[in-house]
Design a protein around this ligand. Structure first.
Ligand SMILES: C[S@@+](CC[C@H](N)C(=O)[O-])C[C@H]1O[C@@H](n2cnc3c(N)ncnc32)[C@H](O)[C@@H]1O
Length: 287
């Protein structure tokens, strides 16, 4: 029996609902789009288009995987972030909307004509670095990561977005080997989940995100202890930094950056009004 786009969508939605997936309507639409090649608009305007047997089999496979709690972005291999679309391979964190808070800090500090050099520590898919370079055509940037998979994915994303001439990537441990005072802005979304919290997280995160992207050590703060002095070392005097934090880490991370000598340290909330970013500056010379 033939299946229409509308039937494919409602059937997929019902399967995900029965499996108690949190967002069955959106997830089923995204999976139908990916399996059939139909856009969201086409599903609405051409609902009786017939889905081929091959597309149906692909959709079934996707639904099996989603029922096993694999995230949609992992299944379809891509995720939107800010105004760009990123490929996400298995070894890379799926970028989160909360991380866009870093762009709310960095973009207002540099107008479209600004020439500046940025560093993204733990670049993952390239989300923060590439979204900023896409918005600021005279900026250049370096992304580092301890995961070779992440570096490969970020490099591929830079090329697909036409940003490869302004983005470079380095495999390594945070700022190792970098010269002092090299960057105008440094951003990072380091792993910040306390080790023992990880096993209680939902399966989409616990089973399908790379551990190296999550684990912040015993209290979740291990990487900030390394990064606070190192970020201030590689920043130019007067330069800006912005790091993502867990909702309950503002006080501890602020203290780490202040102890490292940062100026104007402030906490920025995400759209859900939770503490999400600690930002500040390296004091200008003479201060
Ligand atoms: C939470 S993910 C953030 C990825 C990406 N920046 C984003 O916001 O979507 C943290 C990233 O830090 C990387 N990482 C973990 N430890 C690192 C280290 N010692 N040096 C460099 N990168 C590291 C992980 O591989 C991962 O890509």
């Amino acid at each position: 029996m033939s299946l229409t786009l509308l039937q494919a969508w409602t059937g997929a939605r019902d399967r995900l609902k029965a499996a108690q997936i949190d967002s069955p309507v959106i997830d089923s639409r995204l999976l139908v789009e990916a399996a059939t090649g139909a856009s969201r608009l086409e599903i609405a305007t051409d609902p009786y288009r017939v889905v081929s047997d091959e597309q149906r089999a692909v959709l079934d496979g996707y639904l099996d995987r989603r029922e096993r709690r694999e995230p949609v972005a992992r299944i379809i291999g891509r995720k939107g972030f800010w105004k760009i679309m990123l490929n996400v391979g298995p070894g890379v964190l799926i970028p989160r909307a909360d991380t866009e808070t870093i762009l709310d800090v960095v973009l207002p500090a540099f107008d479209e004509q600004s020439r500046f050099q940025m560093l993204d520590l733990g670049v993952g898919s390239g989300a923060i670095l590439l979204a900023i370079l896409a918005e600021r055509p005279h900026a250049t940037g370096l992304g580092t990561d301890i995961s070779e998979d992440a570096i490969a994915v970020a490099r591929d994303n830079a090329a697909r977005l036409g940003l490869e001439a302004r983005a470079s990537f380095l495999y390594g441990d945070w700022t190792q080997g970098m010269a002092d005072a090299s960057f105008d802005v440094v951003v990072s979304n380091p792993p910040y989940i306390a080790r023992e919290v990880i096993e209680g997280l939902e399966p989409e995160v616990r089973l399908h995100e790379p551990m190296v992207a999550l684990n912040g050590g015993e209290d979740g703060l291990d990487h900030y202890r390394t990064l606070a002095p190192e970020i201030l070392r590689v920043l130019r005097p007067g330069g800006l930094f912005a790091v993502e934090i867990g909702y309950d880490q503002a006080e501890a991370v602020t203290a780490l950056f202040e102890a490292a000598g940062a100026g104007d340290v402030r906490v920025v909330k995400d759209l859900g009004t939770r503490d999400r970013v600690v930002a500040g500056t390296k004091k200008p010379l003479g201060n």
